[in-house]
Write a protein that binds this ligand. Structure first.
Ligand code: SF4
Length: 367
């Protein structure tokens, strides 16, 4: 694709994209029927859920979420615990926390109406340039550009560039968005990347933009954009204290501004160099809750990979030997029976540990 396209070429490209999109778009629950005004809250929700998450996964959550929080106001009124419970398993929990904060701000400062104005919307907590562009264009028809991973791949191929700069990508998107229907055009670009211009084996014979795609003309599609080299992640070795007392576990709520903030978990401590797992588990109880415990058997080792770190959790059964819990490093604590754990929002790895710990507790009681 030669940049910038002249008006005639742009008009032709928009027409092709729209025609293709209207004939091929997937029927997804957050998309409104042709001619219908989309609900801004639902569009916003879908864009937040779809960040770094596959459509198939989001489909499992989206409907359930709307049953629980059908309107923006119902979400604004809900406590964070309920919001995180509804988000449980989707990962990247800062999305849920920020969405909740932003929705509360809309309820308080904007009369419950999602701001139409791009800059106002962009200034809300956690709303980046992409989300602001997507919601402004799809829900309100604003000519705001968007660039996500799919659009980046499409554009990199149009210009046959292995490492296009962000500014160049956004410039290209800004050229295309201001048509008669910016929301549809933006969705057409994303849909093209998701279903036709795929990372492997792009289906160029079905592409409405093959006429201007230099990578297609040169046969370099699969090399564009250049693959990002994955850097090895640092490793954290963590002791998890399963503190038991009369058939209950002690759970703690993590501080909101930390990783997995607001979620419930078992007390834990990253092991120091040379520190035994049992000693680290006892330290987790002491430093996190001012509790004395005696570490026993290790019941599980669970691996989990986060965006920035690889974690190994060693879950250790601990007997409570003295003191009352004081949440020194946590926001709150609670004693729960194994079935009650289900009513709290736990990260995936902690949920697995809870299941294994509950099974071990039942075995020990039966013995
Ligand atoms: S022609 Fe092929 S590589 Fe180029 S944008 Fe279309 S699907 Fe992608």
């Amino acid at each position: 694709m030669a940049e910038p396209l002249d008006d005639r070429a742009l008009a032709g490209l928009r027409e092709r994209l729209l025609e293709w999109y209207r004939a091929n778009r997937r029927d997804l629950p957050w998309r409104s029927a042709a001619g219908q005004q989309p609900d801004p809250y639902r569009v916003w929700l879908s864009e937040v859920m779809l960040q770094q998450t596959r459509v198939d996964t989001v489909l499992r959550y989206y409907g359930r979420w709307l049953e629980r929080f059908p309107t923006l106001q119902s979400l604004a009124d809900a406590p964070l615990d309920d919001v995180l419970k509804a988000w449980e398993g989707l990962g990247y929990y800062s999305r849920a926390r920020n969405f909740h904060r932003a929705v509360r701000e809309v309820a308080m400062k904007h009369d419950g109406q999602v701001p139409r104005d791009f800059d106002t919307f962009h200034s809300l907590p956690g709303v980046g340039r992409y989300t602001a562009g997507a919601v402004s264009s799809i829900a309100f028809g604003e000519p705001a550009p968007i660039v996500d991973g799919n659009v980046r791949r499409v554009f990199a191929r149009w210009i046959d560039e292995p490492n296009p700069t962000q500014s160049r990508l956004w410039r290209m998107a800004a050229q295309i968005a201001p048509g008669a229907t910016p929301g549809e055009l933006n969705q057409a670009l994303m849909e093209l990347g998701a279903t036709v211009c795929t990372p492997r084996n792009p289906r160029c014979d079905r592409c409405p933009a093959s006429h201007l795609c230099w990578a297609y003309l040169r046969g370099t599609q699969e090399e564009r954009p250049a693959p990002v080299k994955a850097r090895p992640l640092p490793h954290e070795d963590t002791a998890v204290a399963i503190i038991e007392h009369e058939g209950r576990f002690l759970l703690v709520r993590r501080p909101v501004d930390e990783r997995l903030g607001g979620l419930w978990a078992f007390p834990q401590a990253v092991r120091r160099r040379g520190e035994a797992v049992a000693a680290a588990a006892e330290r987790a109880a002491r430093e996190g809750l001012d509790l004395a415990v005696r570490a026993g058997e290790e019941v599980a080792t669970v691996q989990h990979t986060f965006t920035h770190v690889r974690a190994t959790y060693h879950a250790v059964r601990c007997a409570w030997t003295g003191g009352q819990p004081v949440p020194l490093r946590y926001d709150d604590w609670v004693w729960v029976t194994p079935p009650e754990v289900e009513t709290y929002a736990l990260p995936v790895a902690q949920k697995r540990i809870a299941g294994l710990a509950a099974a071990r507790m039942a075995e020990a009681e039966a013995a």
